[in-house]
Design a protein. Structure first.
Length: 259
């Protein structure tokens, strides 16, 4: 058994039995920690509302070697981020960030960069006036850290600069200019990937936005803004690309886009 004390963000909390909670945390040194908080639903005193999604806590846990659930001993609230939990738009955008982390991060892996990015993005989200633009700006940097950088510099087929042509995406890991998209869409899909009927299209401005979002620091992504249609197109594009990388659709993205 490995006793750890670490900063962690609560990703999900699932009621278990009469009084317990199974909680998924994300931490910089231990990656994903799945833990059991005994009695957390009966005695509010012990955890003081700290086991809610988006919260940063100082977690004390006993991690078991067998891969069994860790024992959650303490979770002292550092930041509840009520501003996200009390605003539907922010809640929706933040839920997609947490889902991405729950898909790509693993247990026991050092994930300091991804942790800092998520923590900063959630802090910015709490104050944000355009949560969906912020969500779109979160994707490229996060996917790059997860090993799935979006190839947005040039067309995968003819090499054209996508910031001059705009971009289209039909599936897999190749992005095309509008001129090449019909041919790319006709390519045999990579194994196990789903090719959507119609390619997702994003404008030149959105290509520039996503490139910039990947290049600048996390604290600056809140300053980038997209117009309504570009925002919608960007999230469709990013959702499909992330689904190819993850091997499954993001459940929270459709809900977030509704708000
Ligand atoms: Zn092309």
């Amino acid at each position: 058994m490995n006793l750890v004390k670490t900063k962690a963000i609560v990703i999900r909390s699932i009621p278990y039995g009469e009084s317990d909670l199974v909680v998924i945390f994300f931490s910089p040194a231990e990656g994903i920690i799945r833990g059991m908080a005994k009695g957390a639903r009966k005695s509010r005193k012990r955890f003081q509302g700290s086991l809610e999604p988006f919260a940063t806590v100082m977690l004390g846990a006993a991690i078991k070697e067998s891969g069994a659930l860790a024992r959650v001993d303490a979770a002292d609230l550092v930041n509840a981020r009520l501003g996200i939990r009390e605003d539907l738009k922010k809640y929706g955008a933040g839920s997609v960030m947490l889902e991405l982390v729950s898909i790509f991060e693993v247990a026991g892996a050092h994930s300091g960069d991804a942790f800092s990015l998520l923590e900063t993005a959630l802090d910015v989200l709490e104050m944000s006036s355009s949560p969906l633009s912020l969500l779109a700006a979160f994707f490229p940097g996060y996917l790059r850290l997860s090993g799935f950088a979006i190839p947005l510099s040039s067309c995968g087929r003819c090499g054209a600069d996508l910031a001059i042509t705009g971009a289209m995406y039909a599936g897999g890991f190749s992005i095309c200019c509008p001129g090449c998209a019909p041919f790319c869409a006709a390519c045999p899909p990579e194994a196990g990937l789903q090719v959507a009927d119609l390619p997702a299209a994003i404008s030149r401005g959105t290509v520039a936005f996503l490139r910039k979002a990947e290049a600048i620091g996390a604290e600056a992504i809140g300053r980038l803004k997209l117009g309504g249609k570009d925002e919608k197109d960007a999230l469709d594009f990013l959702g499909r690309f992330a689904a190819s990388a993850a091997g499954k659709r993001l459940k929270t993205l459709d809900i977030a886009s509704e708000f």
